[in-house]
Design a protein around this ligand. Structure first.
Ligand SMILES: [Ca+2]
Ligand SMILES: [Ca+2]
Ligand SMILES: [Ca+2]
Length: 185
């Protein structure tokens, strides 16, 4: 008896075609998943930073500021931001006891608390839209009591439209909240 094992050419070709069809179906779904994940990560990172800034302002009794890296009016916050602390807590222009947050012996009005860089999600934008758009707002400052200098709204979207975005609102007492079914346009 002469048994032939393995696959015939025809079987292999059918297999290749089927694999191709599955890829075409699966890739758009995977891309959507990745884009959704990017938006969630970006929104959560911003919330975490705002909460951190507020918490440090209160515990250190100092002014803490977030400054966006981008200058683009429609995507100021999409690449990241820096969180800084004003060491001059009593506002007298000189370094006093317990004011040297970064321990360099000098008075820094913008001592770095944390640098946040957002990478790998090129389609996601974070647009601050508190005033009539398009507006550029790159600074959020927390007073020592944890209140924000001015309430704000961030729209987090990508290249898709509809109820797929996030809207992050910072209320006057500095607390951020997220609407996870924001309609991106
Ligand atoms: Ca001082
Ligand atoms: Ca210092
Ligand atoms: Ca803006």
């Amino acid at each position: 008896m002469n048994y032939q094992s393995g696959f015939t050419i025809m079987e292999l070709m059918i297999g290749v075609v089927l694999a191709g069809v599955l890829m075409v179906i699966a890739i758009p779904g995977f891309n959507r998943l990745q884009q959704n994940n990017c938006m969630t990560v970006h929104a959560n990172t911003l919330v975490t930073s705002l909460q951190l800034a507020r918490s440090i302002a209160i515990t250190k009794n100092a002014e803490v500021t977030l400054t966006a890296s981008n200058t683009d009016a429609n995507n100021e916050w999409g690449a990241g931001w820096r969180i800084t602390l004003n060491e001059d807590r009593n506002g007298n222009g000189s370094l006093d006891a317990r004011e040297d947050y970064n321990g360099d012996g000098a008075l820094d009005t913008t001592a770095t608390v944390r640098d946040v860089t957002l990478t790998g999600c090129l389609l996601t934008t974070i647009d601050e839209v508190s005033s009539p758009a398009p507006v550029t707002r790159r600074i959020f400052s927390y007073a020592p009591n944890g209140f924000i200098d001015e309430p704000g709204v961030f729209n987090i979207c990508d290249d898709r439209t509809g109820e797929i975005g996030r809207q992050l609102t910072v209320n006057p007492v500095g607390r951020p909240s997220i609407n996870s079914r924001f309609t991106c346009t």
